[in-house]
Ligand binder design. Structure first.
Ligand SMILES: *Cc1c(COP(=O)(O)O)cnc(C)c1O
Length: 452
């Protein structure tokens, strides 16, 4: 029997993260101060983020950054994660392609988010911070941060997008189990939340609005820092442990990916699996193709514009050079809550602009169709977010079949869907629909993006 799962010994777990910013042909443009529009320095970010995270955010010189011992020690309780050859999925698709997936769903929190949560909580602790705050959509990030905060002895306050809180009640219970306080966003506890509720009492929230609330709490509370689970470059840096492990595991399998695929919310699991392989395109003449799979209802990479825009709805964050649908874009209430975000990380945005990677947009029902196929062949119920990566993989595998092409595809399974079963229930009952955004709506939203 051919080998199916590729594992690593504890001693083989990478001890450094890979910082792609140091090796990109064109570096991302600098983030700008929201008021003065001047390029930001790391010190400008200290009031919001841990200082080490602020420095990592703007580090464009060091390709390798040591993972602190304390973080590595926590990683070892659930890493390395398995790399799996999806033989049964290949068979079901009758494709000559070899399909591998990196399984980031195996940790007790259920998604890749904990890789960065542990790092951010650790740096906060080391710098004397007492409280951390954040936003969460479907709740994977909130749950991961709640656990990481507890691990390093910090209090955590989480703003969860209201619609997701209703769709995924179990994740708020998980967060509270770890000792975090959880509030639905928009809430009446911040000025940003109050403003949003006043404008639109029925508004069910978005990641952009929850970020505004969390930043407001962090900047108005002593010894409190804000943490973010996606979008920013330091978050993606922490996630490169995924691709660095996968690289060693693909070596064990005796193959190298022609195509690397991940779903895309703000870019952390995509960058995490992709950047370690992309470095071989930059440095060693490899020609791997990289595909980000975003939802059709929130198509910033495929239909947004490259602009300086805010990372949150109320305009508290620095201005980031990114593909965006406009910071006050209100995505439809799709079940992949982790992908309902208007913008994209600055690294991925630059890479798309330079055509060093591509993106596809996936209708929600296609994602669930792929999810069911994956569940029924590989026995894992994927997170609705991850299902977008599976759908993109299915498309590529079928293309390979048509072309009679024997290619190697690697995708990242960013999380499992066991706490998203209401979404599966809705799909199985025929209650899910697709949401295509109109050009007019996108153009209208982009009018509110500041001119820089
Ligand atoms: C948060 C999340 C995503 C989207 O975030 P990225 O930063 O784009 O990776 C994808 N999948 C899962 C399971 C998530 O929890």
């Amino acid at each position: 029997m051919p080998q199916k799962r590729f594992l690593l010994q504890e001693s083989e777990i990478p001890t450094r993260w890979y910082n792609v910013q140091a090796e990109m042909p064109n570096k991302p443009l600098p983030p700008l101060h929201p008021g003065t529009h001047q390029p930001l320095k790391a010190e400008d970010l200290y009031p919001i983020f841990a200082e080490e995270c602020s420095r990592q955010e703007l580090n464009q010189t060091d390709a390798w950054i040591d993972i602190p011992e304390e973080v590595l020690d926590k990683y070892k309780s659930y890493r390395a994660t398995p790399l799996v050859r999806a033989y049964d999925l290949e068979k079901a698709l009758d494709t000559p392609a070899h399909i591998y997936f990196k399984n980031e769903s195996t940790n007790p929190l259920g998604s890749h988010k904990v890789n960065s949560a542990l790092a951010q909580a650790y740096y906060c602790k080391r710098e004397g911070v007492k409280n951390v705050t954040t936003e969460t959509g479907a709740g994977q990030w909130g749950a991961a941060l709640a656990y990481a905060a507890r691990t390093f002895g910090l209090e955590a306050a989480v703003y969860q997008v209201k619609i997701s809180m209703q769709q995924k009640p179990y994740r708020s219970m998980m967060m509270r189990t770890f000792g975090a306080t959880v509030e639905g966003s928009p809430s009446m506890s911040t000025r940003a939340g109050k403003d949003l509720i006043t404008q639109n009492p029925a508004y069910s929230g978005s990641l952009g609005s929850a970020i505004s609330e969390a930043i407001e709490l962090a900047t108005t509370t002593p010894d409190c820092k804000y943490t973010l689970g996606s979008v920013l470059s330091h978050v993606t840096l922490h996630q490169t442990i995924i691709g660095l492990e996968a690289e060693k595991q693909m070596q064990q399998a005796g193959e190298y990916p022609d195509t690397v695929i991940a779903c895309f919310g703000g870019g952390s699991n995509f960058g995490g699996v992709a950047f370690p392989f992309m470095r071989h395109n930059f440095n060693d003449g490899r020609t791997t193709e990289f595909i980000a799979a975003e939802p059709e209802s929130c198509p910033k990479l495929t239909r947004g514009e490259f602009r300086y825009d805010f990372g949150d709805e109320s305009g508290y964050t620095p201005l980031l050079p990114m593909y965006t649908l406009g910071h006050n874009f209100h995505p439809a209430n799709i079940h992949a809550g982790g992908l309902r975000y208007h913008g994209a990380g600055t690294i991925v945005s630059q890479l798309i602009k330079d055509r060093l990677m591509t993106a596809v947009d996936i209708p929600q029902t296609e994602a669930f169709r792929a999810a069911l196929l994956f569940a029924r062949t590989e026995g894992i119920i994927p997170a609705p977010e991850s299902s977008h990566a599976i759908a993109a993989t299915v498309r590529e595998a079928l293309k390979a079949k048509e072309a009679g092409q024997q290619k190697v595809i690697l995708f990242n399974l960013s999380g499992h869907g066991l706490i998203d079963m209401t979404a599966y229930d809705a799909y199985l009952s025929g209650d899910l629909q697709d949401y295509k955004v109109s050009d007019t709506e996108i153009a209208r939203n982009l009018q509110d993006v500041p001119q820089v």
